[in-house]
Design a protein around this ligand. Sequence first.
Ligand code: ADP
Length: 506
Amino acid sequence: MRERGGEQILLVDDNPTNLQVLFKTLEGSGYRLLAARDGESALYTAKRARPALILLDVMMPGMDGFEVCERLKSDPETADIVIIFLSALTDSQSKVHGLAIGGVDYIAKPFQADEVLARVRTHIKLQRLERELARRNSELEDENRRILNAVDEGIFGLDIAGRVSSMNARASALTGWRQSDAVGEEVWGLNLFPGDDAMNESLKLLCKAGVSLRKNHVKVRHREGTVIHAALSGSARAEGGAVLVLRDIGEWLANQKALEEARGEMDKQRQHLAHIERLSTGGEMAAGIAHEVNQPLTAVSNYARVAQRLIANFPEEQRAKLDDVMTKIGVQAERASAVIQRMRSYVKKPSGAKSVISLNNLLEDVLSLAEVDSKMSGARVVLKGAADLPTIHCDEVQIQQVALNLVRNAMESTAAANSNRPVEVITYFNSKIAGFKVRDFGLGLSPEIEEQLFSPFVTSKEGGMGIGLSVSQSIVQAHGGDIRHEHNPGGGAVFCCEFPVYHESE
Ligand code: ADP
């Protein structure tokens, strides 16, 4: 290691006396001294020893001082050696030439020892300061680069003409542009915002007129053609040009989307819950009505029986007529009562209990319930039950609800289309599933409805709630089954409901 103040100085002069004087002048001043007596050996020593400074005589035989200087300056290894010319030539042209080719100073011969020493000291000191400054500069630059490369934002430095002057690693990663390719290019030439003339215009205003720029969401084209989503800000620099910052918001956008989806799903569930609450309130009301109506109906049939007994003593002809009427009253009352019974069992809260049932039997009950609607709408329903239909394991009341809903929809559509073809309820099976189809020849489904058929509150009916199919789907899926819609080639709609077959061993 060189000691502080221990820089090497090369003394070059073809005149040994001069060399000696120089030696004496600088000896003891703390520098290590080297000497050369011509240009060639000066070059050789300079290259090998790399002195901090050379006191270089201009007038030498062979290679003169100017040439030595030029050759040293043109070699990067020796270019930063400080050169002070010594010469008896005092014309200003030589001085200017010396300084022009890279010398820092010029001492006229004959020289004063004090002057030589003072100038050498000054220039050595200057060189030290310069080196220190360069080192600090490069440290700061490294530090800058490290910071820029550590940040999560892509940063472009732009000059006043909009050309990229610098960029960090993240800017490369986001845009696919390598620093070596992008630097020197106009930023709008990188095609980061293809077709977005307004954005390219804003970038020009930013660089040339210092109009700052902020966008919460821009699409940036990666060099390979993919698109990234980013927030962008551009700020003018005090010294001219601008800084453009891109922040990748892809992940943030994805999170936002997931959040919105979760919110949507929550809303759906909330609506579903509200629906179920309404259903159960409706169910309770129906149960109450059934209870209230059932009592007078029982009374009617009891009175009919009593009246029948009382007329036993009537004359034959009258008795036969009255008996017939009374029998009809009794039959009708019992029929009404049976409808009420079925309604009560239909609306009773699902117990959640599953039993092994035959779809054919279940659908027969559903058709009896639908009879009331059938009378009102004029649409008929027929059941085509498959023989040997395997059983399924289900909550009977819930599956009745599903089937009744499908049959009612089919009847409404049939009536609305003024079709006289009956709604068909057809059971079918294979080794794995048992199911039923509800087929009608009514209006069929409009494409808008079909698109979101099983979503809640989708309805084409005035006063319709649009929740029947959504609830039906939840029920069927909870049974491990499937419900779907098909077009009826004969016009109208077909809904298929399928359940896993129940095996004895299960
Ligand atoms: P709602 O009957 O209260 O409208 P649904 O969920 O049961 O509710 O039905 C939703 C919509 O699906 C109906 O409004 C109707 O447009 C359509 N739809 C259901 N079944 C049929 C069918 N068999 N034929 C034609 N359209 C139907």
